[in-house]
Ligand binder design. Structure first.
Ligand code: NDP
Length: 255
């Protein structure tokens, strides 16, 4: 048996929304496992800073700044990566955002913004990448869901709708793309310390609720998503498809 099941040498991995947070940690992990990672986001300066740090660690890294909610920009960005760097073997759909508020007062423009950022993005990027992976008969696609892919909570209904859709889209894509040897999976992070949650972390009542609600008794760290990302991007998961792998400290296992 090969002990190199988790090695990603020679693979090209596009990670959307990887200038910071969970996306950056997963990109660093994939690069350390041997992949040539392509960082994406809208802020070129932020991507260049992240690129510098990953390159300084001796890993292969490029940047591809584009807005994942803009289908034309996505198609052009993916085409440029394939022309200039090579075929994308691994796609991590990570770019996403969150807005909270009571459902009855939730502004429609915020609903549209969330659906565009968390869901249209997955459609656009996955389509652009999967149509290129299919004739090559190999690929790994991993989308970032959430505990909200499985559970409801007050004041976060629109976000929950987008993340639930990502989870079911993962199952549908696994069913459709399996014949092309493309495995499609999702990761469901729990409450992770990132910029996205800055206000919630600062709110002592909320932060303590997270700790008491989560069996391991604490918030998660971005680096704790790396193992799942490498597993689902590597040969180790060649017979795993359509799965939502929770990385949530046990949160979705308890009532
Ligand atoms: P951050 O806000 O820290 O990072 C989000 C990243 O997405 C940024 O790098 C941002 O870059 C990028 N991004 C946002 N919109 C776009 C866009 N339109 N086009 C391209 N890039 C975009 O969030 P997290 O790291 O916390 O979250 C990452 C993912 O994990 C999200 O999908 C989130 O829903 C999910 N998640 C997070 C959890 C948590 O507790 N933190 C829990 C469960 C799921 P830029 O603004 O420069 O474009």
């Amino acid at each position: 048996m090969s002990l190199n099941l988790f090695k990603l040498d020679g693979r090209i991995a596009l990670v959307t929304g990887s200038g910071q947070g969970i996306g950056l940690a997963m990109a660093e992990g994939l690069a350390a496992a041997g992949a040539h990672v392509v960082l994406n986001g809208r802020d070129k300066a932020k991507l260049e800073a992240a690129q510098g740090a990953i390159a300084a660690a001796g890993h292969k890294v490029s940047i591809a700044p584009f807005d994942v909610t803009d289908q034309k920009a996505v198609e052009a960005g993916v085409a440029a990566i394939e022309a200039e760097i090579g075929p994308i073997d691994i796609l991590i759909n990570n770019a996403g955002t969150q807005k909270r508020g009571a459902f009855v007062d939730f502004p429609a423009e915020d609903w549209h913004f969330l659906v565009a950022t968390n869901l249209h993005s997955v459609f656009y990027v996955t389509q652009a990448v999967a149509k290129r992976m299919a004739p090559r008969n190999r690929g790994k696609i991993v989308s970032i869901g959430s505990v909200m892919s499985k559970l409801g909570r007050p004041t976060i209904v629109p976000y929950t709708a987008t993340k639930g859709a990502v989870a079911l889209m993962t199952q549908g894509l696994a069913a459709e793309l399996g014949k092309h040897n493309i495995q499609v999976n999702a990761i469901g992070p729990g409450y992770i310390v990132t910029e996205l949650n800055k206000a919630l972390i600062a709110d002592e009542t909320f932060s303590n609720w997270v700790k008491s609600r989560t069996p391991v008794g604490r918030w998660g760290e971005t680096k704790e998503l790396i193992g799942a990302a490498i597993f689902l991007s590597s040969e180790a998961s060649d017979y795993v498809s359509g799965h939502l792998l929770m990385v949530d400290g046990g949160l979705t296992s308890v009532v």
